[in-house]
Design a protein around this ligand. Sequence first.
Ligand SMILES: *Cc1c(COP(=O)(O)O)cnc(C)c1O
Length: 371
Amino acid sequence: MNIPLVDLKAQYESIKDEIDEAIARVISNSAFCSGQEVEKFEEAFARYCGVGYAIATDTGTSALYLALRSCGIGAGDEVVTVSHTFVATVEAIVQTGATPVFVDIDKTTYTMDISKLEKALSPKTKAILPVHLYGQPADMNIICFYGEQYRIPIIEDCCQAHGATYKFPSDTVIEKKVGSIGELGCFSFYPSKNLGAYGHGGMITTNNKRKAQWLKSVRNHGQEKRYYHSMVGYNSQMDDMQAAILNVKLKYLDSWNQKRREIARKYNKLLGNSVRGTPVEAPYSGHVYHLYVLRTSSQAYLKGILPTYNIGVGIHYPVPVHLQKGYEFLGYKVHQLPVTEAVCETIISLPMYPELTDEQIGYVVQRILER
Ligand SMILES: *Cc1c(COP(=O)(O)O)cnc(C)c1O
């Protein structure tokens, strides 16, 4: 048996005809950068997330960077986020000229520890950027509360959480999709994400019309109309081929996420009695399991042994951003992030994709329990 961490080929096989047709259509129209397919996908994705506007970009990193810039964030400002994330979250903040300020993570959900959030806020804070890591929303109710109290926007990093939901505790429980909760939501369509392109792609979601208009212009050379540029912008557009593919895949996203949830439940059940550290779903969260991450004291052992049985594993992520060489200038010694630093050494990601079979799940679990 050969069980990769992610199997993009299995998914392609399941929707091959539709994908091939979409790609052929773009090629035969030779409308590679016309924006027609992009516009269709923007409308569909905005509707899916329950927001007024969706602005497609070339990558998730661009989405984060431009979302920050749309809030006027730059040199001298602080943006509060987490260090336990893919580097792009922090990279985007640094690229604006602002300083990232890190909050430690919760040791069971691996998302921003809201009990430590207020201490990180200062008069220089211009935004809070929570990450819905592994497919689990951060605790948005509390984060939005501080956003309102300090009058600062919330920018959601949804790059690992397409379709995840957050339940607000209130009389009638309100459930919202990530990307529709803060001022702006940022998505990546990197191939291995829950909704993945066949190349790079990204999206910003918002209900703010003024910001949406600014973003549409800035991602296209600051263009007002063709060859008329009212500001200095970027070339951060999505191309039509990716949009056409994503349009096909979007309608399957909920069923794929449902499969991921079922697979997580099966892993939990089979591992449950012998392995502590299976993922914890917070009561507010509609987790979509971008990754299935075990917490274990046998990280090194499992990382070494599972690949010898042709089982793909990963560590997301082995080094937190504040300890990365390129980010030394942030002064890692000043950060008090004990949970972030401890988690890196005890996590391991197991194979997770919607097409994973019961037999494959059983095989992975058997190899883990064999020790
Ligand atoms: C994938 C990812 C990004 C960046 O997305 P790209 O499309 O690769 O630029 C940002 N943040 C997180 C948490 C991610 O997982």
